[in-house]
Design a protein. Structure first.
Length: 199
């Protein structure tokens, strides 16, 4: 089948969803939903970390970005089908406009390395330290971060179980095309704004 030229977009190259966790000045946890996220090689700095890092792009000005800039640290918590209603809510409802946004909240745990909130229900949580911020214009910024700590659901570390079985058990959610959430096995999990109606 031949290809046709289309508008640049990532409809068939979806990315994993993460809830980024930060603390407000009063110690209240704040979470926002993001997907422009990928891994990078992050050179060891002052003996910190092991050289693995991430790049996290955030478009627009929002409370989560304000807090990341202020604190210099945040968590990235992998979104699963179980967490999708909360994640959808955190992606639709802005923290600047709704001070009580976090009245829907996950089970919050303190990071094991950094002072960041992590989500107990997430199977994988990373604790990130910002090394550099790159301004791309039009309100889009990329944060280059070092992974300082990571926690994982215990069964996922059991290498006696084949990787693909452990992977399937996570039931992570992807940011699919045309404003839809999709499962890793191709199921439609709803359009933006729908899952949060189950809260």
């Amino acid at each position: 089948m031949s290809k046709i030229q289309v508008k640049n977009w990532n409809d068939f190259c979806p990315q994993q969803l993460f809830l980024y966790g930060t603390y407000k000045e009063d110690g209240t946890p704040n979470f926002g939903l993001f997907c422009w996220f990928s891994y990078i090689n992050a050179p060891d700095i002052n003996g910190e970390g092991d050289g693995m890092g991430v790049m996290a792009a955030i478009g627009g000005e929002k409370l989560t970005k304000d807090l990341i800039r202020k604190n210099g640290v945040f968590s990235a918590n992998l979104v699963t089908e179980e967490l999708l209603p909360l994640a959808d809510y955190c992606g639709i409802v802005g923290g600047r406009e709704h001070e009580d946004k976090m009245h829907f909240s996950p089970t919050v745990e303190k990071g094991v390395v950094l002072d960041v909130p992590t989500i107990a229900e997430s199977p994988v949580s990373m604790e990130l330290k910002v090394m550099q911020e790159i301004h791309l214009g039009n309100g889009c910024d990329v944060f280059l971060c070092k992974i300082m700590g990571e926690t994982m659901r215990e069964d996922l570390a059991n290498k006696d179980v084949p990787f693909i079985d452990r992977f399937k058990s996570v039931k992570q959610v992807l940011a699919g095309g045309e404003q839809h959430y999709v499962s890793t096995d191709g199921r439609d999990l709803g359009s933006w704004g729908e899952p949060m109606q189950n809260l």
